[in-house]
Design a protein around this ligand. Structure first.
Ligand SMILES: [Zn+2]
Length: 326
């Protein structure tokens, strides 16, 4: 417990504590002051270039962010994970890094290599695998306690989590991921089902499969999400957690979960050699329409055709998604 105590910048659920978003602002300010790596990461982000690519029926933003090389290119195979010290375990955190203890369960940490001007990693205080099922209530609670300032997101162990062995969420300022805006456009939304007051919506013509769940009752929403995950396992005939990325936000007492069912983690171009290699490794943010490219050549040359092909390759197809309702 003492290793954890040394890492607590503030606790969220102490009676006199300010709300979580206010504590996170203080944490971000502190970490940029005392931790040179974080200061450098957030300073560099101010100059990150962004380029919009117009695909046939949707747009994608590219962010040139060399600091994300480690995360985008991370070796996440079982052997590599076993051979390294877990960077989310409290005893391995850099000396300057501290976090906000949330619900006695999670330590909210500043991501020192951010994609967003406020980017947090919400790490479980115990080393345990990245499996969402046991943490759905925590996901909704976090989204509510961080609302309306932040959106919480989750990368499955097999599609984007760079620590698949240590359970964690992330948080980004609300509205920074393009899909958040697409999800509320009537022209995109196809209502497919309502279960127990939970609305299930399919987003159309985004070049990848996107499901939206909306509801005001946490228990019912959790139950429907669990059912969807089990249905995915049945369709895929697997027992592990299906490959997913997920965003969760809470607005005016309503939760919205945006779910990306994935076919594979990395596209084939990721594994090519030399000039043909494109270092794009899609996770929640990328599936959400903000694609991070740590290599300048990729940032300059990636075009609509390649982006459409990458989404198609890593996402479920429409036919598979429709099996949810067969
Ligand atoms: Zn760990």
């Amino acid at each position: 417990m003492s290793a954890l105590n040394a890492k607590i910048f503030a606790s969220c659920h102490s009676p006199s504590a300010p709300p979580l978003p206010a504590l996170l602002s203080q944490l971000l300010e502190n970490q940029q002051r005392v931790w040179p790596l974080a200061a450098e990461g957030y300073a560099a982000l101010q100059y990150a270039q962004v380029r919009e690519v117009q695909c046939r029926t949707f747009a994608v933003s590219l962010q040139f962010n060399p600091k994300r090389m480690m995360s985008t290119g991370a070796k996440v195979d079982a052997g590599s994970i076993r051979g390294r010290r877990c960077f989310l375990c409290v005893e391995n955190l850099p000396p300057e890094q501290q976090g906000v203890l949330y619900a006695q369960t999670f330590l909210v940490l500043c991501n020192p290599m951010p994609i967003f001007p406020a980017h947090f990693t919400i790490a479980h205080i115990q080393h345990q695998p990245q499996i969402l099922a046991a943490h759905l209530a925590a996901l909704l609670q976090l989204a509510r306690d961080l609302s309306p300032a932040f959106t919480v997101f989750y990368n499955g162990a097999q599609c984007g989590a760079s620590a698949p062995d240590h359970f964690h969420f992330q948080a980004a300022p609300a509205g920074k991921i393009p899909i958040e805006h697409e999800a509320i456009k009537n022209s995109r939304r196809e209502r497919v089902q309502e279960i127990d007051g939970v609305m299930i919506i399919l987003l159309k013509e985004l070049g990848r499969a996107v499901l939206v769940l909306e509801g005001t009752n946490a228990e019912k929403l959790i139950r429907v999400l669990q059912q969807l995950l089990v249905k995915m396992q049945t369709i895929l005939q697997i027992s592990d957690e299906p490959k997913i990325n997920l965003l969760c936000q809470c607005q005016a007492s309503q939760w919205r979960i945006i779910l990306f069912p994935r076919r594979k983690h990395r596209p084939d171009v990721f594994f090519k050699a030399g000039e043909a290699k494109v270092l794009i490794s899609p996770a929640s943010v990328d599936m959400g329409g903000l694609i991070v490219t740590p290599v300048e050549k990729d940032f300059r040359t990636v075009d609509a055709k390649l982006l459409e092909a990458i989404y198609r390759e890593v996402s479920w197809g429409e036919t598979t998604v429709r099996k949810f309702w067969l």
